[in-house]
Design a protein around this ligand. Structure first.
Ligand code: ATR
Length: 331
């Protein structure tokens, strides 16, 4: 396993004799839920197989995937931020549905080849089933998970008008290619949110709100202190992870964000929030929504369903409900 561990930034000790699966991302070792969920099923089934988090740098991604193709013990796994789109070019085959969505979150080994699938769609749909909307919907974000959520939302809410917003506007270009989204509008800037008077649903698909210390070159920052309604261009990163110091350095921005949120919810009486983040259970966006009496949904269910679907695909297990039950159980 020397080659494998050389390409991973976190410490993992994989038993060479056993089959294994991975969750691949920039830092899944710091909070990804899949290893816990998948390993519960392996243990219950008395399988020696285990899922491990693999923190991989962008520069190592190609070599890493090539190594996995040749490794007989590797069965497949999950792919998480920020590689859901990036990794596609290194795979041998992409499932039809994943091609339509434009990103993958599951990889399955077939001989020496790896095929990509997207199970986020099903996960998102499960939560969307509980939500009603017939007016305007605002979707924020254009990352790997966003596309699946967007396609699921459009399939679910056929009568609604869609508005899209992302920090890098260019990344929303794919919207224009989706036939049934011709009526939708791409917003130019964050402030445009406040002019949308008719929205009854906001979906956050960005990582703003997610609790993890993100490493940049020499500094760290944590997006849990913010909502996607604030421009973070002036956010200050710090040397080592400390809630207290980070909050102190970014107090003005944090307060501005809170004020924005309060105003937004006062001005939008009937609105539901779906935030696909699941760590923390309630993001700043959800906390403010619920404080002002709105209904909020987090990403826990989406994450569970995508994990069940992924597990079933990778492990060629056809008992979706049994796997779901084990993953849902406590302990
Ligand atoms: P995932 O696979 O979880 O969707 P991703 O592909 O890295 O992760 O996408 C992250 C999303 O969060 C993107 O929409 C990203 O915006 P950009 O496309 O403009 O990069 C958004 N995001 C991440 N950090 C952000 C920040 N500091 N401010 C605003 N948006 C941010």
């Amino acid at each position: 396993m020397k080659n494998l561990t050389n390409l991973i930034n976190n410490k993992v000790s994989i038993n060479e004799k056993n089959f294994y699966t991975l969750i691949i991302g920039l830092n899944p070792s710091q909070g990804a839920r899949s290893p816990r969920l998948w390993n519960k099923v392996y243990k219950k089934k008395k399988s020696n197989c285990r899922m491990y988090p693999a923190d991989v740098s962008l520069k190592n991604l190609r070599n890493f995937v090539n190594f996995l193709k040749k490794d007989e013990k590797f069965l497949g796994g999950s792919v998480t931020a920020p590689y859901k789109i990036e990794i596609m070019k290194y795979l041998d085959e992409i499932d039809f549905n994943a091609k339509k969505i434009g990103s993958i979150n599951t990889i399955v080994k077939k001989g020496n080849k790896i095929k990509g699938y997207n199970t986020d769609y099903f996960g998102a749909f499960e939560t969307l089933k509980k939500i009603r909307s017939n007016k305007d919907i605002l979707v924020i974000g254009a990352g790997g998970a966003s596309k699946a959520v967007i396609i699921a939302s459009v399939d679910k809410f056929k009568k609604s008008n869609f508005f899209f917003l992302n920090r890098k506007k260019k990344k929303l270009n794919f919207i224009k290619k989706i036939n049934f989204l011709k009526k939708s509008k791409i917003l130019n800037k964050l402030n445009d949110i406040h002019s949308l008077k008719n929205i009854d649903l906001v979906i956050n698909t960005t990582s703003v709100g997610f609790d993890t210390w993100v490493k940049t070159k020499k500094k760290v920052y944590n997006l849990k202190f913010f909502s996607p309604f604030i421009n973070l261009i002036k956010m200050v990163s710090i040397k080592t992870s400390s809630d207290r110091i980070f909050k102190k350095k970014n107090l003005k921005l944090i307060k501005k964000d809170s004020k924005n949120l309060k105003n937004f919810f006062v001005n939008h009486k009937k609105i539901t929030i779906f935030d696909i983040i699941y760590k923390p259970n309630k993001t700043k966006l959800l906390r403010f929504a619920e404080k002002s009496g709105k209904v909020g949904h987090n990403g826990l269910e989406m994450n569970l369903i995508q994990a069940v679907k992924g597990f079933v695909l990778v492990n060629k297990n056809n008992n979706f409900y049994k796997v779901k039950k084990i993953m849902e159980s406590h302990g």
